[in-house]
Unconditional design. Structure first.
Length: 115
């Protein structure tokens, strides 16, 4: 009975959840008054909470949810064959908005502190 009620969240659900969060009005509001590094933390914490604090699942979800593309060309050596592999990166219609909304200046402060 318990197994019928409790449904494990899968990778695709997590990716869609993160993509929708990055494209949300809530995230846009966060962007207006927080640093990009803090935005990265907020995305990570959302993924971690979605996967019930399973860090491995959260990081795997973030790997695909933050990709700026949904297909990757694969070259098969010695044959010259090239084909596009579809990646789980959320709704392809939301990619442009997601790319625009994702934090971009996450290494600026650490680099400034390093020098």
């Amino acid at each position: 009975m318990f197994s019928q009620i409790f449904v494990e969240k899968d990778l695709e659900d997590g990716i869609n959840y993160i993509v929708n969060f990055v494209n949300s009005d809530e995230f846009n509001l966060l962007k207006t008054n927080t640093s990009d590094l803090t935005l990265v933390d907020s995305i990570y914490l959302r993924a971690k909470k979605f996967h019930h604090h399973n860090i491995s699942e959260a990081l795997l979800t973030l790997t695909f949810a933050t990709l700026p593309f949904h297909e990757m060309p694969l070259h098969i050596p010695f044959t010259g064959i090239i084909f596009n592999a579809k990646l789980p990166s959320g709704d392809p219609n939301l990619i442009k908005v997601k790319i625009r909304n994702l934090p971009k200046e996450i290494l600026v402060l650490p680099l400034l502190l390093w020098n």
